[in-house]
Design a protein. Structure first.
Ligand SMILES: *Cc1c(COP(=O)(O)O)cnc(C)c1O
Length: 375
């Protein structure tokens, strides 16, 4: 199915920075160092400065970032990881893959992030990690979450794949970027993410020197010295070509975030006063970087009807996510049932994400909103 108004516009974004990107790519091609080239180091350093985070370790993709993070914590099979059922599969997939147990906690009905007030009742003697996801571009409520982790001596691994640049403000006024507040943060540079490369890419963040060393080793065949392997690791690297693209795009990230926020404000304005839809709610202690602009409709039927109307008008829309993870066949071994997480289940029936990217114009948004409100 091809839409005249797509969800994202990666070509339009590339055209605007074509000269910068092309010359960075030409440099890599002429140097011929395609793995661990200088641009990988450069990008890591620049991202580290941008995030105010001591260590940025690039890797192959966001899923690997999550896996490497969990591998660095010396967990044992059966150890429990508390996370959200309303996320992309990778978050819980890596938990299962490592022989750990995903323990789901329902989400907040306004932010769609993990409901922090429900976390403590899910903690057992086997709990080792809390894995919040900063869904759609705004942070989970990290201050109380970190406090619970501290009290119960748990690690916090942030899935920040959708939230690069989102800023969380603590009650003492301190501000931190998504992915830099827990022990480890995980990032994806998948092309359609807010900072996307031209293929797969990812990164792991930590403020902890010892953890940084472990993470580096795990991403590199369990090795810090070539052909000496202190542990079983994996091969997960960011290509020099992708680092070159990311180094250029990082320079534009603040503009890109501002463009997404402006587009969200335009949607909010054009859709104000429509009783049967709920616009994204932004928590007072976090900025929203709008990886997605997600509406919630007042019923599943309303959503189907709206999605069909948009499709007929050539406008893309997507349901992120139609099946919460606890109801996925892949996770059936953990014995969850329909009704276990009513908020996540209701969201799966009623949310709809609209086109959101850096190249949206008011004219295009007007067309989209006119279809929605039936003008
Ligand atoms: C995209 C994404 C991932 C996985 O990233 P990949 O780079 O595609 O492996 C993990 N978690 C969330 C929440 C994501 O949005």
């Amino acid at each position: 199915m091809s839409f005249s108004i797509p969800m994202v516009d990666l070509c339009g974004q590339y055209q605007k920075i074509k000269d910068e990107v092309d010359s960075a790519l030409a440099e890599v091609l002429s140097q011929g160092v395609f793995i661990n080239g200088g641009k990988v180091q450069n990008f890591q350093q620049k991202l580290s400065l941008f995030l105010h985070c001591r260590h940025v370790i690039t890797c192959g993709n966001g899923t690997d970032a999550l896996q490497i993070a969990l591998m660095a914590l010396n967990l044992r099979p059966g150890d429990e990881v508390i996370t959200t059922p309303f996320t992309f599969v990778a978050t819980a997939e890596v938990v299962a893959l490592l022989g750990l147990k995903p323990v789901f906690v329902d989400v907040d009905a306004d932010t769609y992030n993990i409901n922090v007030s429900l976390i403590e009742s899910a903690i057992t003697p086997r709990t080792r990690v809390i894995l919040p996801v900063h869904l759609f571009g705004q942070c989970a409520d990290m201050e109380p979450l970190l406090e619970i982790a501290r009290r119960h001596n748990l690690y916090v691994v942030e899935d920040a794949c959708q939230a690069i640049g989102a800023e969380y403000t603590f009650s003492d006024g301190r501000k931190c970027m998504a992915g830099t507040m827990g022990n480890i943060g995980c990032m994806s540079f998948f092309p359609s993410k807010n900072l996307g490369c031209f293929g797969d890419g990812g990164a792991i963040f930590t403020q902890d020197d010892a953890l940084a060393q472990q993470l580096c080793s795990i991403a590199n065949h369990g090795s810090t010295q070539k052909y000496h392997h202190e542990r079983v690791g994996l091969n997960s690297r960011l290509d020099t070509i992708q680092a070159a693209v990311l180094e250029v795009k990082l320079r534009h990230l603040n503009e890109y975030t501002a463009a997404r926020q402006a587009a969200a404000a335009t949607y909010n304005r054009m859709l104000s006063g429509v009783a049967w839809l709920k616009k994204p709610l932004v928590a007072s202690n976090c900025t929203h970087v709008y990886h997605q602009y997600t509406l919630r409709l007042d019923s599943g039927d309303r959503r189907s009807a709206l999605q069909q109307k948009l499709t007929e008008a050539g406008i893309a829309s997507m349901v992120y996510y139609p099946v919460p993870l606890h109801l996925q066949p892949a996770f059936s071994a953990w014995g969850y049932h329909p009704g276990d997480f009513p908020v996540a289940e209701a969201l799966a029936q009623t949310v709809l994400s609209l086109p959101m990217h850096t190249e949206l114009t008011e004219e295009v948004q007007r067309k989209i909103c006119n279809i929605i409100i039936g003008k």
